[in-house]
Each structure stands twice: as C-alpha cells, then as structure tokens.
Design a protein around this ligand. Structure first.
Ligand code: SAH
Ligand code: SF4
Ligand code: F3S
Length: 443
C-alpha cells in the first residue's frame, strides 16, 4: 500500500468557496489524497481564493510567499490556486509567483484530477475556461461518510447583474441554476448522512430557475417547498439574495413554509438613490423598504441582515446619511460593511475616488450603528423560547453550542445533548457574541 498523499486546502471568501473546497477535496480524494490540517506536511496545497476586495486578493500572494521554504524542503510539493483570483488573474499568478504549479478557475473543478496529474508530471497546469457543462455533475459522488448537522448546498452560480463595483460576474460568469432533481438528490444524501439544516447557496440564489423534474422551470420557492417534504431535514436557509429577485412566492414561503428559517440576508449596499443608481443596483431605497415591509407582513419575526459599501465614488455626506437612515428604519440583526475597494475591470474603478480618511470615518460610524442594532436585536431574545440546533461542544466542560432559528449562537450548560439535537431553549442572558439559555425540551 502506498501512503496517501496529503492535501491542505485554505479557503477564503464566501460560503460558495467553502462548498467548492469540500467538492475539491472529494475530487482529489479519488487521486489518493487525504486532507491534512497543516500546510507543513502537505503534498499539495490549494488556496481557494477570493477577489471581491483588494485586500482579499493580496492575501493570496502573501500566503504563497510563505510556502517558499516548504517548497525548498519538499520539491514534490505541488501548489495550486483555485477560486476567484485564479479566474481573474489566470496565468499572471504563475508569472508573479513561479512556485505555483496549478491554477484552476471556479467553473473547472471537475478537471482537477487531470490538472493534478499534469502538475505531478512537472508541467504547469492551467484551466480558467467557462465550460458549458455543470462542474458539479462531473465531481465524484461523495462517500457516505457521516456529516455534521449543517451543510451548504450550491444551487446557483454566477451573476448577470453587473453592479458597478463587483467582480463576481467576471469571476463566476453568467447565472446558471442546477436542475432541481439534482439538488434534491444531493439534499437527501446529506440528510442520510446526518445533516439536519441545509443552506442553499448562490451569488444570486433567489434568481434560481433550475429545470424541475416535470420539465418546467422551478423558482427558488418551489425548490424550498420540495425540500420541505424531505423527512429528517429540519431547517432550510438560503443566501445571498438580490432585492429585485425577491418574488411573491418566495415572500409567501417565508410566512408559510415551516422549515424555512426566519432569517434573510438581503444586501442593499446604500440608502441613497443617487448612489444606488451609480452602483447599477436597479432598486431604490424606497423599493427596498417596501419589500422589507412585505416580508415582515408575511413573517413578523423575520431577522434581517445586509451588506453595505461606504465611500463609493460620488458618495456625499448626505448620501451616507441616507444609508444611516435606512439602517435606522430597517433595524438589522446582522450586517456586513465594507469600504469601497476598486476592482480592476469594473466600471466604478475608473471613476474619481473618495479620500481614504473619509471612507474610514464613514465605515466607523456605520459600524457603530450596526453594532448597536445587532446588540439590541440579540438582547431582545432574552426571556424568549427559541429552537436551537446543537452543533458542537462549547469551550467549557458540559457546554453545547448551536444556532437558533435566527442564527444567533446559543450556549447551554449541563444538558446532555448530542450534536444534531434540536431543542426548545429559553434564553436567559445575552453576551458579547452569543446567547445563553436553558433547555426546555428536545424536539
Ligand atoms: N451577490 C451578493 C453579494 C456578493 S459580494 C449581492 O448581490 O449582494 C458580497 C458583498 O461584498 C457585497 O454585498 C458587497 O457589499 C461587498 N462588495 C462587493 N464588491 C465590493 C467592492 N468592490 N468593494 C467593497 N465591497 C464590495
Ligand atoms: Fe456582485 Fe451581487 Fe451585484 Fe451580482 S448582484 S454584481 S454578485 S453585488
Ligand atoms: Fe469572493 Fe468569489 Fe465569493 S470573489 S466572495 S470567493 S464569489
């Protein structure tokens, strides 16, 4: 028996990369690789990269630089770059960092085994095509290994929206939905392996329109209703959504579908109509607020999260204030906020830029408001009974940690609950980043 080769994967960026990293590990599993948690003893290092902001992309090169000594000690070590930097920069990566053996874009992961063989052969291996075929279709069927209680499942990839700041339409290509039957098969397989909560993923997940088993196009809501019928699956989530694709049937599902959790990530980016227009978002602040009202009418306890960009070109103090006003009005349970970062090849990168200190100042003020809201929403859970899906032991003996339906982390002490247990928990207190409670009963 030959020793299995060791694979170290480091994942940056969004959940879709997390899902893709799992698939790549499986594809290379077929080539005799097992995963290792450290780069030091790896035979192959794969960086699954993100190009969304300049810092994210630059991290990749500093990480690669660190592998110089490893490669000097072990000439058989192969180094690969996957993900959105691979797609955006392609061969340039090998020019800038000659120790890279393999570059593979997000649509070509089914070709990893061939590329790995080529790299093992001492050749440089590169594939950043956008093939017609479904990359997931070609990836090896997973071994029936047990899994934790939560899993991601990519149902849609790419984006046709072309927001003026964003690289995703270039790195992930045009919008493509996986057929519903294939998604349902994968979901059933995950449930058989112990998964109780599935988060459907897509850069524009609510634009999903995969072909259904009956030959018609299925919407995301239709897919969610079909998942709702799978015994043993207890919770369904989806991310990330665009306001313009929030269709009536999806809003309705939030009120009616028992397994769909009351949490929605719905980025707005800005509260100023002038900036939204310059961002090519094709919605207004008012249409977004109206949408939230309809969602809350369907599901009054819906917890909302959002994404914000501050310091976009032309953003005045009044534009920024409009964003602050929108945040006040919506009241978010979570939010992610970023300083605008110029991305090569996107329209906004060519425009005159705001000064860095203006961006810094606005980000600080926006984050202070968001942190306050987040804290208030979290504190408002105290005294309520929530449902918690327990995932793992906590830091202290006898402690278990899980997530509520609203995605808050919840700790309980002294309850003898295996991971995967769903229980009613009364919330007793709210800490810095999590809630503590007492188990009422297991469901
Ligand atoms: N598809 C999702 C988000 C994809 S990227 C959507 O449509 O909302 C995740 C987040 O990164 C975005 O919501 C945006 O807030 C942020 N982002 C994208 N490009 C950025 C850039 N050039 N500078 C700063 N933040 C950016
Ligand atoms: Fe990027 Fe999202 Fe806009 Fe698409 S909709 S371009 S992924 S921010
Ligand atoms: Fe980053 Fe690509 Fe995701 S740019 S956010 S890894 S789609």
């Amino acid at each position: 028996m030959t020793e299995p080769k060791k694979l170290f994967i480091k994942t940056y960026g969004c959940q879709m990369n997390v899902y893709d990293s799992e698939r790549m590990a499986e594809a290379l599993g077929g080539q005799g690789y097992v995963e290792t948690k450290s780069a030091d003893d790896a035979d192959m290092i794969l960086l699954n990269t993100c190009h969304i902001r300049e810092k994210a992309a630059e991290k990749v090169y500093s990480e690669l630089g660190r592998y110089k000594t490893l490669k000097a000690e072990n000439p058989d070590l192969k180094i690969g770059v996957a993900g959105c930097v691979a797609q955006a920069e392609g061969e340039e990566i090998m020019r800038r960092q000659p120790l890279v053996d393999l570059v593979v874009g997000p649509q070509s992961y089914h070709r990893l085994p061939e590329l790995e063989a080529k790299a093992r052969n001492g050749e440089k291996a590169l594939d950043t095509e956008f093939p017609e075929e479904d990359k997931f279709n070609h990836l090896k069927k997973r071994p029936k290994a047990k899994r934790g209680p939560t899993a991601f499942l990519t149902v849609q990839e790419g984006c046709d929206k072309f927001c003026a700041f964003c690289v995703v339409p270039y790195t992930r290509g045009a919008e493509v939905s996986r057929p519903a039957g294939r998604v349902l098969d994968e979901a059933r397989d995950l449930v058989e392996r112990g998964v109780r909560e599935i988060t459907l993923l897509g850069q524009n997940v609510n634009a999903y329109h995969g072909s259904g088993p009956d030959g018609s196009d299925w919407s995301l809501a239709r897919l969610i209703w079909a998942l709702n019928d799978i015994d043993g699956l207890e919770r369904i989530r989806f991310t990330t959504s665009h306001p313009n694709d929030m269709s009536d049937d999806l809003i309705e599902a939030h009120g009616a579908c028992a397994k769909l959790m009351p949490y929605l990530h719905l980025p707005v980016q800005s509260g100023s109509d002038h900036i939204l227009k310059r961002m090519n978002r094709s919605h207004t602040a008012q249409s977004y607020i109206r949408l939230i009202e309809r969602l809350r009418a369907a599901r009054p306890d819906l917890l909302l999260s959002g994404d914000f960009i501050v310091g976009f070109p032309e953003e005045s103090e009044a534009d920024f204030q409009a964003t602050m006003d929108l945040i006040e009005e919506v009241k978010y349970g979570y939010a992610y906020s970023f300083k605008y970062s110029t991305r090569p090849g996107t329209p906004a990168a060519e425009r005159p830029q705001l000064a860095e200190d203006v961006k810094d100042d606005r980000l600080k003020r926006l984050q202070a408001l968001i942190t306050k809201q987040q804290r208030e929403v979290q504190d408002s859970m105290v005294g309520k009974t929530v449902s918690v899906l327990f995932e793992k032991p906590g830091r202290f003996a006898g402690q278990m940690v899980g997530k509520s339906e609203y995605l808050h982390a919840v700790h309980v002490q002294g309850a003898d609950l295996p991971a995967g247990t769903l229980a009613k928990v009364r919330i007793d207190s709210s800490g810095a980043n999590s809630l503590s409670g007492t188990v009422q009963d297991s469901l």
